[in-house]
Ligand binder design. Sequence first.
Ligand SMILES: Nc1ncnc2c1ncn2[C@@H]1O[C@H](COP(=O)(O)OP(=O)(O)OP(=O)(O)O)[C@@H](O)[C@H]1O
Length: 454
Amino acid sequence: MNEVQEKWDEILEYLKIEHCVTDVSFKTWLLPLKVYSVKGNLITISIDDKMIGPDSKNFISRKYGIPLKVSITEIMNHNYDIEFILESQIQVTKTADDMTESSGKSKNQKNGLSFLNPRYTFDTFVVGANNNLAHAASLAVAESPAEIYNPLFIYGGVGLGKTHLMHSIAHYILEQNPNSKVMYVTSEKFTNELIESIRNVNTTPTEFREKYRNIDVLLIDDIQFIIGKESTQEEFFHTFNTLHESKKQIIISSDKPPKDILTLEERLRSRFEWGLTVDIQQPDYETRMAILKKKEELDGLQIDNEVMKYIATNVKSNIRELEGALTKIVALSRLKKQEVNVTLAEEALKDLISPDNKKQLTPELIVDVIAEHFNITTNEIYSVNKSRNIAYPRQIAMYLCRKLTDFSLSDIGKVMGNRDHTTILHGVDKVEKNIKKDPSMQNTIDVLTKKINP
Ligand SMILES: Nc1ncnc2c1ncn2[C@@H]1O[C@H](COP(=O)(O)OP(=O)(O)OP(=O)(O)O)[C@@H](O)[C@H]1O
């Protein structure tokens, strides 16, 4: 271990104190940094990009490069240069080096506050493999609004923490800069206010525009609700442009990625993709346990670990339900004046967890989920309509029926509007080819598979 490595913790601690880095920023950006090498005057610092994403390199060097250099100079009493390298690059470099070696060559060659839930902050957000990129991107945006990812587009299934992250961003920005004009709104509220302004109820169209265009940060939740609402889309388009042009931060959440919002106007969809799109997946067992423990701590509860394990094992796909399960158990124990144990938990959660509730995987169920996801009707999927908005989800339905069920091609064809088995085969082939051409399509398939079979 070299001298810089030995003093690394001290350097980071110095940086944290001297540059007033918050706990959450310290844990997210600085703790995962490691001294990879010290060669002469140059220190190479590695970034764990699996944890915080490849884009973090630019962000960390811009935001923390100089403070880090100053802290190193202070602690080491020597003026070093620093550079950052991603851990994934190290792997690549090592493999390349190994290959060179084996080939015989030398290795050397404030207004927003009232809308915010005070409990939804970064401190109460549990980071796991399912959400670490979304968390890192949100924190980066909170630390440097409108400088790094604009817009930030967060998507994921129901109850997985999108709103929690958005509120965390808003709280953080307002804490750092209480004068900042932060506006959090659901797209439903945006639509309702727009309608009211058009009808001149409570507000006028000019006031509406001023309200949404004279702010520093706009967080708009559940954008999927503006789909198909033409005037709202139009108004939001202009709001977006005005804010983006004046370098104001926009954060959007949705239950699906922009490219799956088929009926959204192309000009809006392409704008959503200007910045960074991140997703939140379902949490794994360890993250579910950590979330339950966090809730136990926040609510001042003391719950037997076996009960926690029972909930985390059985409630998998929705964090709101996971938390709700714990609340239900505690409520039943208070009502019955009984201690919380697994038997009581089983009773409290019998409706939620009963094996009879498991949905059977059928082509009809798959079509339902796909129709809902793409905001079209099941009849449109079964129909002969060939427009892309319908044909694309239909082919995905064929593909997923084939992959997720034991139904034969002919049986799938019968369900899918009495189509021939060769049509189904063609649809499946087309999706397989598209996945190879466009890897982001695999993402859509993964999202849908989880929706169908959580
Ligand atoms: N990583 C997490 N750590 C702690 N709590 C979480 C986490 N993710 C979600 N939660 C909690 O789960 C509940 C649901 O989260 P939230 O409302 O943010 O979900 P959502 O994705 O916005 O859902 P919807 O799609 O219904 O709008 C909230 O109480 C939130 O605090």
